[in-house]
Structures are given as structure tokens and as C-alpha cells.
Design a protein around this ligand. Structure first.
Ligand code: HEC
Length: 147
């Protein structure tokens, strides 16, 4: 009985259904770009949606935010992973106090505390996952290093 039912489905229905299945599968992958989401919600105000340093509040800062798409190009074609990581975490420059760039390491550490409350957790691991997602996203924004 079910065999007959299957045969009654016209072949064009498959042509219609296949692309729908394919797009349903690829949609969640796009939604889960954590680095991109985080960048757009926390960094774009200064660095711009495209990372080029022209965000809406960039003019209010003492120091203009750098163009984050040029990091590899300015570093001989190599994306400076640890420098970028350290600038985002910000621990090493905290003491200077003159930084216009927020100290994200501290902020994420506070957020981890609010998120886990009584559960055991490793605050450094929480910070690392978030910062690495941003570093990875920035690595994808790089313009070609060739002149
Ligand atoms: C309030 C404005 C502001 C926000 C928001 C901001 N930045 Fe920055 N950022 C700056 C400024 C200004 C600098 C220039 C250097 C400094 O002040 O430390 C900078 C520097 C940087 C650098 C160093 C670039 C280099 O040459 O090493 C990186 C990487 C960076 N920002 C990434 C981010 C990321 C990722 C976020 C979001 C989590 C973010 N920024 C949010 C203002 C901002």
C-alpha cells in the first residue's frame, strides 16, 4: 500500500522539494556564526560593520579605531593572531587607563559569573572561547595581503 502511495508522487514534486531540503539544512549553519554576531553587536559601533573603523561612535573617541581588515596586510601577509587576541582580552594594557578600546576579557569574565552562578566553571575557558570566535571572525575579514 505505502509502495503504491510513494509511486503516486509525481517526479516534479521531488524537484520542488529537494532545494527546500537543501536550504533547510544550510540555514542553521549561517545562524551559528558566533564571531560575526558578537562582532556586530559589540564591536561594530566603533570598528564599523565591515571592520574598517568607521562605526557610528568612532568620532567620539580620542583615538580612531583601526581598520581591522588590514591587520594581515600590515603584518607581511600573516594574521597576527596573538596580538589580536591580547588586544581583545586587554589584560596587559589595563593599567594604562588611557585605552579607548573596552577590556573584553574582564567583561566576559563578569558575564561568565552571571551565566553560571553556582555551577562550577572555568572563567578563563569562557573568555577564551568568546575571544577566539572573534579572532577567527576577524581573520576572515582580512583583505588580500598582495598589493
Ligand atoms: C568604544 C570603541 C571600541 C569598541 C566597542 C571596540 N573597539 Fe577595538 N579598538 C578601539 C580603539 C580606539 C582601538 C585602538 C587602540 C586602543 O585604544 O587600544 C582598538 C583596537 C582594536 C584592536 C587592535 C588592532 C591591532 O592593530 O592590534 C583589535 C584587534 C580590536 N580593537 C578588536 C575589537 C573587537 C573584536 C571588539 C568587540 C569585541 C572591539 N574591538 C570593540 C575601539 C573600540
Amino acid at each position: 500500500m505505502s509502495f503504491l502511495t510513494v509511486h503516486r508522487v509525481p517526479y516534479w514534486a521531488l524537484l520542488v522539494a529537494l532545494p527546500l531540503v537543501a536550504s533547510a539544512q544550510s540555514a542553521p549553519a549561517r545562524k551559528l556564526d558566533f564571531g560575526q554576531q558578537e562582532f556586530q553587536s559589540r564591536c561594530a559601533s566603533c570598528h564599523g560593520r565591515d571592520g574598517k573603523g568607521n562605526g557610528p561612535i568612532a568620532d567620539l573617541l580620542r583615538q580612531s579605531p583601526p581598520d581591522l581588515t588590514q591587520l594581515s596586510k600590515q603584518n607581511g601577509g600573516i594574521f597576527p593572531i596573538s596580538r589580536v587576541y591580547d588586544s581583545i582580552v586587554g589584560d596587559s594594557v589595563q593599567a594604562h587607563g588611557s585605552r579607548d578600546m573596552p577590556v573584553w576579557g574582564q567583561l566576559y569574565r563578569l558575564r561568565a559569573g552571571e551565566h553560571y552562578v553556582d555551577t562550577y566553571y572555568d572563567p578563563e575557558a569562557y573568555v577564551r572561547v568568546r575571544v577566539l570566535a572573534l579572532v577567527e571572525y576577524l581573520s576572515r575579514l582580512q583583505v588580500s595581503a598582495k598589493p
